[in-house]
Design a protein around this ligand. Structure first.
Ligand code: AMP
Length: 460
């Protein structure tokens, strides 16, 4: 297992730790665990990491910690290949710095009126996140000074070189003090990147998040491509179709766990969340309920799931794709124990596909893509299941008492078809999870926020 540290072990300020807690990050990802302490000591690094690994926070956190809050001049510079990435990186840094820096990190990119950027620069941003072309325009106009820059990050350096930014990057680096710290992140390490590293870095510490060999358990693995906003809907559809007894749903953050549990309750499912912010006592209570089958769905973060020892998990869901490939293997290893067939379903949203491909490469497993089931297909599956239940009830006989009741209705001149249809309607209505109205949900909430009276999956 890759080394993963708690953020509290990284010597960060209480302001940054508070922002991390707000984001619901439970532990540092492997790249963060390794990069943050090294960058904090002032050393250059080369990080071979891809999008989704948590690399933005890996360089963003030390940047935020190291800038002087009193100096109103750019002290840290992040270079990104595209305007979208610049906006995204600045956004992530701002979420992490909200309790420490009053002036947010400023994205500088082509396409936006340069006057607006000049105006924004006057507010005194300490961290600039820029595309190389537009930053060079500012340097030519003398509207940005890089003389106080202590740290430079080249993010997605291979992409920047592919886009022809090499001269711009070199021109920019030459305008920063030679005493600066230089952090280079790149998914690949072709010769031109190594050349930049040799020319502009000092004794860089190289971080390649290497993997241990793992055995991927023999589990049926499938995935769906679906927008984030439709994941809860798909999750419940799959649950309805498969009718499992016990499932674990994995999320990447504590916040997402809480949100999903709330959403599932709203849809009438019996779910509990478990994550590192909960007391041991509360975790024990949740686990007890899950073991006994009082709750069928356990929504968990990776950290919380490590201590869980429950066999008989029918399905593991990756509601979000984990930041490192090994976590995927650990998550799905929760199902299919003791010679039982288990299933792992991954719900992959657009931007997660990149990381999911890395999971597929790493595990070399045959993960099949399935089409998102339509509402009609789900209804068909449910109808078939239900008809089979009726068929077996007829075959089992012992229906005399019920037959007498039906005869009563037949004497009232209802047809047998009417009676059967009405009974089916009543049966189906009763066995569907029904969302509870808000008020009722509040009344039935127990002290820890979980509804006391919940419906279970349709066990037919
Ligand atoms: P990045 O690789 O920087 O593009 O990050 C991918 C996503 O992971 C972003 O949405 C981050 O907010 C999120 N993220 C970063 N670090 C963590 C962490 N330690 N735990 C959970 N999520 C994280």
């Amino acid at each position: 297992m890759l080394k993963k540290l708690k953020f509290e072990e990284l010597g960060l300020s209480k302001e940054v730790l508070r922002a991390i807690a707000d984001l619901g990050f439970e532990e540092a990802s492997p790249i963060q665990s390794e990069a943050i302490p090294v960058v904090m000591t002032g050393r250059d690094i080369i990080g071979q990491a891809m999008t989704g690994s948590g690399k933005t926070a890996a360089f963003g956190i030390p940047l935020i910690e190291k800038v002087d809050t009193k100096q109103r001049i750019p002290q840290a510079l992040v270079l990104c290949p595209t305007r979208e990435l610049a906006i995204q990186v600045a956004g992530e840094i701002n979420k992490l710095s909200k309790y420490r820096l009053q002036i947010p990190a400023l994205p500088i990119y082509g396409g936006q009126p340069i006057e607006r950027q000049i105006h924004a620069l006057r507010r005194g941003a300490k961290i600039i996140v820029a595309t190389p072309g537009r930053l060079c325009d500012h340097l030519e106009r003398n509207t940005i000074s890089l003389k106080a820059v202590k740290m430079v990050v080249l993010d997605e350096a291979d992409e920047m070189l592919d886009m022809g930014f090499r001269d711009d990057i070199e021109a920019i680096l030459k305008q920063t003090p030679s005493t600066r710290q230089t952090l280079l992140f790149s998914a690949t390490m072709p010769a031109p990147i190594l050349h930049i590293a040799r020319t502009y870095q000092k004794d860089p510490h190289i971080i390649r998040v290497a993997h241990e060999k793992v055995t991927v358990p023999a589990i049926e693995q499938v995935y769906y491509e679906i927008e984030s906003s439709r994941k809860a809907d798909l999750l419940t559809r799959i649950i309805d179709i498969n009718n499992p007894k016990r499932v674990i749903v994995f999320c990447n953050t504590k916040r997402r766990v809480d949100d999903l549990v709330h959403d599932l309750h709203g849809r009438g499912y019996s779910a509990d969340g478990i994550h590192g912010d909960m007391t041991q006592q509360k975790r024990n209570r949740v686990m007890d309920r899950f073991r006994k089958g009082t709750t069928d769905i356990l929504v968990a973060t990776d950290v919380a799931a490590r201590g869980i020892d429950v066999s008989d998990i029918d399905i593991v869901f990756n509601y979000e794709i984990p930041q490192d490939e090994e976590s995927y293997v650990h998550r799905i290893g929760r199902t299919g124990r003791a010679g039982k067939a288990g299933k792992a379903f991954s719900l992959v949203s657009g931007h997660e596909m990149y990381r999911f491909r890395a999971v597929m490469r790493y595990t070399r497993a045959n993960i099949t893509k399935l089409p998102v089931p339509s509402f009609k297909e789900i209804e068909e599956v449910k109808t078939n299941k239900m008809l089979n239940t009726v068929r077996s009830a007829i075959q089992e006989k012992n229906l005399e008492n019920y037959a007498q009741m039906i005869e009563c209705l037949l004497r009232e001149e209802f047809t047998s078809l009417d009676i059967a249809a009405a009974l089916l309607k009543l049966y189906l209505h009763k066995s569907q999870p029904q969302p509870k109205p808000q008020q009722e949900r509040a009344e039935h909430s127990s002290r820890d926020g979980a509804p006391r009276r919940q419906r279970h999956f349709n066990r037919r």
